[in-house]
Structure formats: C-alpha cells, structure tokens
Design a protein around this ligand. Sequence first.
Ligand SMILES: [Zn+2]
Length: 351
Amino acid sequence: MKKPIILGAVALAASLYGAAAVAAPCMTVTLTGTQGGPPIFKGQAGAGTLVQYGNDENKCGAVKMQFDTGRGTTLRLSQLGVPVGKLNAIFYTHMHSDHTEGLADMLQLRWHFGSKGPKVDIVCSEDAKSPLGHTLSCTKFAAHIGDALIESGEMAQRLAENKVRLPGGPADLTNVKTFKPGGEPVEVWASGDVKVTAIGSRHIPGHASYRVDTPAGSVVIGGDAGNDKPKPPRSSSTSEQVEKLAQGADVIVHSTIHPVMGPDKDSGFPPPIYFRQSTASDLGAMAKRTGAKHLMLTHLIPPMGAPKQGPYPIPGGALTENDYKQAAKDGGFDGDTLVGTDLATLRLPAN
Ligand SMILES: [Zn+2]
C-alpha cells in the first residue's frame, strides 16, 4: 500500500512545482506609438506605452496599464489583441494632443460595446496653472471627451437604438483620479502586486513621469520630461526628478530628441522646443547613472528615416537606428538601447 502513497506524494510535489513554474510573474512593456510630436510619418502612431503584468498563465496580462494615448492607440492595441475595454487604467504624462488624442476613439469604442463597465481609471495631474495665464486640465479633457459626438447628435441617435448604453456618453466610463505632481515620488495607483508612483517633471505645466513596480521588474515612463533649467548652461537636458524616480529601475522609456536637431546644427528647429526635450545622449548618461538595464527611446524627434521633422530638415539627412544607439552610447550607456518602433516589446524577465 505504501507505493501508491509515495507516488501520490511525488505527483503532488510535481504538480505544485509545475504550478509554481507556470505562474512565474512577468511583465511586458510595449510601445503603442513612437511618433514624436504632432507631425505624421509613415503611419506611426502617437506616443503611448502599454505596461502589462501577470504571469505565464495569463501571458503577463492580468493588469493592463496604458501610459499616454496618442493618435492610433486603438489600432495598435488591436494588433496586440488587447481590447480597449480591458485596460485597467490610463495614465497621462501631460495634456498635449500627440499624447492624448487617441482617447476619444478608445472611449467611444469602450462605450459602444462596453457601457456596462467597468469604468477605466484615468490617472493624471490635477489642474495646473501656467504663469502665462492658461490652465492645463486633464479633468476637463476627460469630462468632455465625447462632446463632439454629443453635439453632432450621434450620441442621442445611438442611445435611441440601444438604451443599455450610458446616457452621458464616453465620459461616463471614466473614473478620473488626479494627483499633485511634486518633487518626490508619490503612489498614484495600485492593483495587487503592481504599484505606480509619479513625480512632477518639467515640459509643460502638469507634466508627470511614472514608475511601475512589480515582482517581475520595474519601468519608468518619463514622457516628454526635460531639465528644470529651460536652456543651457545646465548639467543635462534630462530631468532630475525622472532620474530620482528611475533609481534602480530595470527599464526607462523616454521621449527623445537627437542632438542633430540642436541649435548648433542649423536645422532651424526652434531652440525652446529642442531644449524642453531630453537628448538621446543625455538619456544614455542618465540611464547609466540610474543603473537601468534597458533604455527604450520613443517619441523620436526626428523619426528614423524621415527627411524632415515637420517643416524642419534633418542636417546630414535622415537618421538611422544606429544614429540613436550611438547617441545613447556617447552618453555612456552600455546597456540595451531599444530605438522605438510601434509595437516594440520588452519582456521581464526575458524569455
Ligand atoms: Zn510629445
């Protein structure tokens, strides 16, 4: 009679071991759009990063967090097989259209087929006043996201044919959670083992950068952050707050401008706009200092292969992937530099 018991114990141990092995935690970081700024180039989607966390059994996808929602985000998510209705939270670095304009499309789709919910958390800065007199308001952006469709009469028409839909339109599906971006990281969202912190960083009023910590690894989403000093002389074009947030993080995802667009290179690119972004070489230096393993360059100014950034020609001609990698290397980074293309994905731990 002993033999079956031993076999049973072995089988139980094997199944427990097996369960532990397949349930190993993992996360993925996917660039849903890599276009830098409002220009368009060869169908690139606007800025956005999807971070997913889970385990091997759910393809690292139990928690889905979208950071910024540029033009075409819905299309990129569909290519990943991620329905917009499955996003748990959407985070905004700042209220610029190249980072936000995909939301109307995303929420309309969610409203159309998923009015029963759940609502999606929209996590962003509280209203931020500029010394110039205007106010950047993520709260109003979300509250009015369906207004054009309400004003056109479409919402009334669609509600008449399906009364299950929410009467207020897509905005009814949002749950806006604002925070005050400051000089120290604060927790702004959490779900199970996932924690998201944010810090205030300079670009426009209300700009924030984020960090996601999970048992599988950590990633910082810098957004369009630049140094607090709006122009040289300064030690770096990168943000000291982002650097603080990124200490020890595995991955840094950051908007990037190539030094070739600098005022010393005759592109004609406006210096104030150049100076409010982080250069690829300074990001390489920052990634080296924080100990990052991976630097994901996104929101590339200029796009790889583009002869121009908007109306501004690229001195010396179109840039290549290697031009960006070399710039990060010139800054001293000897880790893995991924030069962003739409849908580029990094998995932690690596397969
Ligand atoms: Zn931008």
